[in-house]
Design a protein around this ligand. Structure first.
Ligand code: ZN
Length: 71
C-alpha cells in the first residue's frame, strides 16, 4: 500500500481509516499509536497544538464500510 508512511497535520481530513503513529513535540510526549477514522479531522494536541503529526502505519477498513456487513 503506497500511502503507508504518509504524514498529516492537525486539521486535515483523515484519508483512510487505520492506525496512525502520533509524533508530538519532543518535550511533550513520546510517539504513540491511535486509530483514526475516515473523513474525521486530525485533531490538535492539547499541549503541542498543531505541531503534532500523524503518520499512517496500517490501513484498517471500518466494518460498516465492508461489503460483507450491510447492517
Ligand atoms: Zn502533544
Amino acid at each position: 500500500m503506497d500511502h503507508i508512511g504518509d504524514e498529516f497535520k492537525s486539521g486535515e481530513k483523515v484519508p483512510h481509516s487505520g492506525i496512525y503513529k502520533v509524533v508530538h513535540d519532543p518535550h511533550h510526549a513520546q510517539e504513540h499509536e491511535v486509530t483514526c477514522l475516515y473523513e474525521k479531522t486530525f485533531p490538535e494536541c492539547d499541549d503541542c497544538g498543531d505541531h503534532v503529526r500523524f503518520i499512517l502505519i496500517r490501513d484498517a477498513q471500518q466494518v460498516s464500510s465492508n461489503e460483507h456487513f450491510s447492517w
